[in-house]
Design a binder for this molecule. Structure first.
Ligand SMILES: NC(=O)C1=CN([C@@H]2O[C@H](COP(=O)(O)OP(=O)(O)OC[C@H]3O[C@@H](n4cnc5c(N)ncnc54)[C@H](OP(=O)(O)O)[C@@H]3O)[C@@H](O)[C@H]2O)C=CC1
Ligand SMILES: O=C(CO)COP(=O)(O)O
Ligand SMILES: [Zn+2]
Length: 360
């Protein structure tokens, strides 16, 4: 091979190079929270820490983390108590700038706020989920609601994830079921990604696709084992969420875990705020998008039922007409992300789908 050809190949390989940032320490298990001082010591992140938590999650676990670190670190806290998300991120960012590293202890909103704040001021971030409610717990992406819909932002990839299965199992079952639905949605998100690849030439990552799909598959197979307030269930789901988050980090985007069903969920966040949880809405959306892909939508519906996640808009207090509106509005959210919902859905077809697939 000529030197020119070798140089060309090298350039191509270099152009395609990708930076994947994955967690360094992942501790999952009973009383894992007690390991936080050891994790912080292992990572040698500095001597001051900001602990971001929510109103409930501070009581559930945030205060325990504060107490565990108080003797060895200069600890400050930031509690999220509602308010406009972007404004909250700005405040958390200002607080993070004063600390050596940031720990987020809570559900999805808390973890995302902490990981964006840490990213914006270049601090390391440790993720301490108190619920297995979504797959952002180990990923380098954050999802932020704005007036124009949810935006997916680059965020600080957690340098460590500490998931205490006792804490997670004691959370309301609805949160765990929501996390399961978020993972099950990988089935349709990956189909959408492949569709976009075939239709628009969007690059795909085979590893990210396979990992995201396999994670959903494992959950399908274990759907019978997902029970309320069981630590075994918390284990299964947390490991799946970590694996799904790693798929997103490999992809460098949320594509392996977010397709048309997520756009439907983001549309519902705007049209019916405060009704369903993120993962619940994604699971409901996945039933329709799997049907449109010609796949086994009944298997999705049945697994969601077994797990205790909702399968119809009515179950989360959303009427059919709003669900139709959300299906139609979905394509306006992040329009560059092509999905099956961009393939000619009309008001009439949306209405028919909702009527046919969302029967009790
Ligand atoms: N980065 C990503 O890739 C992803 C991000 N997301 C984002 O995550 C958010 C949704 O996360 P989700 O967790 O569903 O919702 P929230 O973070 O809003 O949490 C829901 C509620 O559960 C409470 N809670 C959490 N843990 C416990 C517990 N152990 N015991 C009792 N209550 C608890 C929270 O309390 P408190 O009031 O203390 O917060 C909150 O009131 C959205 O903003 C979404 O956009 C979703 C998916 C992926
Ligand atoms: O929820 C996610 C993956 O489960 C992230 O999705 P978005 O990029 O659509 O916010
Ligand atoms: Zn999701």
């Amino acid at each position: 091979m000529s030197a020119d050809r070798i140089n060309l190949l090298r350039t191509k390989v270099f152009d395609k190079s990708k930076w994947m940032q994955l967690p360094r320490d992942v501790v999952v298990g009973h009383d894992a929270i007690e390991q936080i001082p050891a994790v912080c010591e292992d990572l040698a992140l500095g001597d001051s820490v900001l602990i971001v938590s929510g109103k409930q999650t501070r009581d559930v676990a945030g205060k325990r983390v504060e107490a565990l670190l108080a003797g060895s670190y200069d600890v400050t806290t930031f509690t999220i108590d509602g308010g406009e998300p972007v404004e909250t991120i700005r405040k958390a960012e200002a607080a993070s700038a004063e600390a050596g590293f940031v720990i987020g202890v809570g559900g999805g909103r808390v973890i995302d706020t902490a990981k964006i704040a840490a990213y914006n001021v270049d601090r390391h971030f440790i993720s301490v989920p108190t619920a297995a409610s979504h797959d952002g717990i180990a990923s380098s992406r954050a999802s932020v609601p704005t007036a124009d819909g949810n935006v997916s932002l680059a965020a600080e990839p957690p340098i460590a994830v500490v998931a205490d299965t006792a804490v997670i199992a004691s959370a309301p079952h609805r949160l765990l079921a929501s996390g399961c639905a978020d993972i099950i949605a990988n089935c349709t998100a990956t189909l959408d990604w492949e569709l976009a690849h075939r239709l628009t030439g969007e690059p795909v990552s085979e590893y990210a696709l396979t990992l995201a799909r396999m994670t959903a598959e494992i959950l399908f197979q274990n759907a019978d084992l997902i029970k309320p307030h069981s630590e075994e269930s918390a284990w299964i789901v947390t490991k799946a969420l970590v694996s799904s988050g790693v798929a997103m980090s490999i992809a460098g985007s949320s594509r392996p875990g977010s397709g048309g069903e997520h756009k439907f969920s983001h549309a519902l966040d705007r049209l019916a705020p405060g009704k369903g949880l993120h993962g619940e809405q994604c699971g409901i959306g996945a039933i329709i998008t799997m049907y449109l892909h010609g796949g086994d939508w009944e298997a999705i519906r049945d697994s969601l039922r077994k797990i205790g996640a909702p399968t119809t808009p009515a179950e989360i207090g959303v009427d059919d007409e709003t669900a139709v509106e959300a299906l139609l509005a979905a394509r306006k959210i992040r329009p560059e992300r092509f999905t099956i919902l961009d393939m000619g859905l009309t008001p009439e077809s949306a209405r028919n789908l909702v009527k046919m697939l969302y029967r009790e």
